[in-house]
Each structure stands twice: as C-alpha cells, then as structure tokens.
Design a binder for this molecule. Structure first.
Ligand code: MG
Length: 442
C-alpha cells in the first residue's frame, strides 16, 4: 500500500524518482489528464522528485502548472483560484529532512484519502503514455503567493490588526512558511522578529514538527523581545502553534479552539473534527449551541465531511485548521493571521486561560494485526451503556467530563489508547481500564 492518510510518504530510498514518476502517471489518469499543479517544499530531494512528478504528468497528457517552492496552503488555495483539476505537492510536512512525499489534492481542494489513493494504485498497473504529439506542456506560475496573501487579506479585519501595533516573532522552521509569513504579517502592520526564516531543506534551526520541546528558542525570543506572541509552523506551513506573551506554549488543540471561537462569533454552523481531538472543541461548540461532527483521523476525512455542507470550520488536534472561505485544506497562515484580530483587545494568555482545560494521557499497546479487530470489539462490548460511543475510527467513549479512545494503528502492530479528563488521575485511570480490556485477549 503506497497511499496513507497523507498521500505517499517515505525516505528517498523508498520514494524514489522512479516511483514518483509512476505514481504521478496514475494520478494524472485519475484526474482524467486535466490541468494539474505542481508545488514543492525546500527539501533537498524536492527538485529531483518534482521533476519526476512533472514528467509523469506530462507523459500521460496532463497540462502542468508549476508553482515551484510554495507552502502547502498556498498550493491548495490555488486549485480553486485557477480551477485546476488537482495539485501534487512534493512535501513530507513535519517529517525529518531525509523524508519526502507526494500530497495529492483534488479539484475541490480535498486531500486524497488512503481509499482514493487505492484507486490510483490500481491505475498505476496499466499506464499507457500519450502519443509523442500529445504529451502535455508546462506553464510556470509565479504569482501564487501574492494571490494567496490577497485572498487572506480580503477575509481579515486588517484595520483592527494594524491598529493594535503588534510585535510578533515568526518561527518558520526553515520551511515554506518563509514564502508567506513575513510578507503577510508585514502587510498586517506587525513589527516582526524572525527566527529560522530562511528556507533550508536540512532544517538546521529546529525539527519541523512545532512541538513544545522544538520551539524552546521561540519561547525565549518572545520573552526577550517582549512580543505579543510567537508563531511557529510545521515544514509545509499547514499547521501552526503559538507562544503567548508570557512564553506559554499554546498546543494545537487550543489553536483550533481559538479559531472555533472566532468563527462561531461570526457565523454559526457545524464544527468538524477527528475522533482524536480534545473535548474542548465540543465544549466550545456547546457554548454556542453548535454541534460537533467527528470523523476518522486524517485531514482528507475532515475535508470530505465539510464538502457535504453545513460546517463552517474544521480542524485536527495538532493545530491544523480548515477555513472553507479559503480552501478545504488546513491553512496555518490564515489561522495565525486571523488570531491576531483578537490581540487588539486581549492578551493571548488570557484567551487561552478562558478555554476548557483537559489533561491528556496516551499509551500504545502492542497487538498483532490478526487480533486487533477482536480487541476493538471487546472494547465496544465493555463500553456499551457506559457512555456515548463514537465508532467511526476505533471506539471512542465519551463521558460527562472525560473520554477515552482505543484506535488501531493503520501501519503498525499497535492499538493506541488515549484519554482526556479534567484531572490527570482520571485520565490515567481511563487509559489503565481500557488498556486492560485490550490486553485481556493477548
Ligand atoms: Mg504539514
């Protein structure tokens, strides 16, 4: 199986130029040989792999629009803007520098799921290249970043942000956030301090996952500079985290929570999130009398659900937020810029303090592939009648102020158990209780 929940990912030994070429031929046929965009991040293998992708698409007769090095949200926005049939982004998001990947996005701006990827894999078995006079052509497109920024500005309260005269530290993690963030935040009238803000495919500044331990330098810089906030993105700019004015790390769940409050204050509609997301999102929705819809874990499932209509915002637990007014993909640039609207009246630490707070405990239990489903069924039976059961991806049991999920890994011999409660002890007890049920079969 090549496709996972994030398209194709692997080290350069696994995702070779040969494989990238073949996969792109399959993708070109899947998109009915239409007009397809290509973008990439700044990884050292990016040029090599994106040329293979280009050849693959051209060989089956696609017209190619080459965006060069841009962030994933910019590329995903351009699908709608230019009416493309799809886009392939050569990126491995937050993975280490030796990795790369193909993120495949359809004409609606929806990331291709594992299931749809399976269809592409079938097409790869019988590739027929075009005749010599029918291969595609390439158009270079250099205005993507400007157009993405123009669109964001249209939806932001620019005057409000400008008036606040904010000082912001931007940690682009040497990724493609560099192409957008400094320019965007300057246009918003912010005083900017930059960190790791030159592109470098070896990620010399910090690992590209913006976890708390990876953004220590940003935390120090925010305090030293007495900035209003710090902002850090992952390698391809679709996910974002904040640091408040006191140097407090704002986790992804709360980044999403802040976005939810902003959105629901402007427009009422459903929230879409995955079953692995904090209950704080549903709690916030309840404050507005708004329903939260749970999907399987993975951005494609969020976008597919949002495409059904009715939802005004979607997001993942790791700081990836979808704003349908921009695109059906996570946009870490717009998410962060939108947050600045709030800082004209309040401190970021105060906003975070006003949100529901849950303690999280995670564990993974080794379970052989053949026993996974049996263990999950045992959890279902055990949980019956104890709380609200959500079974779109593993079994999640929701109680009043806590919840627990048992979810089989798609790629490894594990079942993940994750619990959240107001007190740490309660979350620990839930993980222990449900782990015992899973282990009892082994
Ligand atoms: Mg990413």
């Amino acid at each position: 199986m090549l496709f996972g929940t994030n398209g194709i990912r692997g080290t350069f030994e696994e995702l070779t130029p040969e494989l990238a070429l073949k996969a792109s031929q399959g993708i070109g046929i899947y998109f009915k040989k239409g007009k397809i965009g290509i973008a990439r991040d700044a990884r050292l293998t990016g040029e090599c792999l994106s040329n293979a992708v280009k050849s693959g698409l051209l060989s089956v007769g696609c017209e190619v629009v080459d965006f060069g090095v841009i962030s994933s949200p910019t590329a995903e926005f351009m699908v709608k803007k230019l009416g493309l049939d799809g886009v392939i982004i050569v990126t491995a998001s937050h993975n280490p520098p030796e990795w790369n990947g193909l993120k495949v996005v359809d004409g609606k701006g929806i990331n291709i799921s594992k299931e749809r990827g399976g269809k592409i894999e079938e097409l790869m078995d019988e590739i027929k290249t075009s005749k010599w006079d029918n291969v595609g052509t390439v158009e270079k497109y250099e205005r993507a970043v400007d157009e993405h920024i123009e669109e964001m500005i249209k939806h932001l309260d620019v005057e409000k942000i400008r008036k606040a005269k904010l000082k912001v530290v931007l940690d682009c993690g040497n990724g493609t956030a560099v192409t957008v963030a400094p320019k965007l935040f300057k246009e918003l009238g912010c005083e900017i301090v930059t960190l790791n803000s030159h592109m470098d495919g070896t990620f010399p500044g910090r690992p590209s996952e913006p976890s708390e331990e990876n953004v220590k330098e940003l935390i120090e810089m925010v305090k030293k500079e007495k900035a209003d906030c710090g902002i850090a993105w992952d390698g391809d700019g679709d996910r974002v985290i904040y640091v408040d004015e006191k140097g407090g790390y704002v986790i992804g769940d709360k980044v999403f929570g802040i976005s939810v409050i902003q959105k629901l204050n402007e427009k009422k509609g459903q929230i879409v999130t995955t079953v692995a997301t904090s209950k704080l999102i549903e709690d916030l929705g309840n404050r507005f009398g708004i329903k939260t819809i749970y999907t399987k874990v993975g951005a494609p499932y969020l976008s597919e659900e949002m495409d059904k209509g009715g939802a005004v915002i979607g997001g993942e637990e790791v700081g990836g937020v979808i704003w349908p007014e921009i695109s059906y993909a996570k946009d870490g640039m717009y998410t962060a810029a939108k947050m600045l609207e709030l800082l004209s009246g309040e401190k970021l630490s105060e906003i975070v303090l006003g949100m529901p707070n849950y303690m999280q405990i995670k564990e993974k239990i080794r379970v052989d592939e053949k026993n996974k489903m049996k263990a999950i069924e045992r959890v279902r039976k055990y949980a019956k009648g104890k709380g609200r059961i959500i079974d779109v991806d593993g079994i999640r049991v929701d109680f009043k102020d806590s919840w627990v999920i048992a979810r089989p890994s798609g790629t490894e011999p594990y079942i993940r158990v994750f619990a959240e409660a107001k007190e740490k002890k309660k979350a620990e007890e839930l993980v222990k209780e449900y782990s015992k049920i899973i282990k009892s079969s082994e």
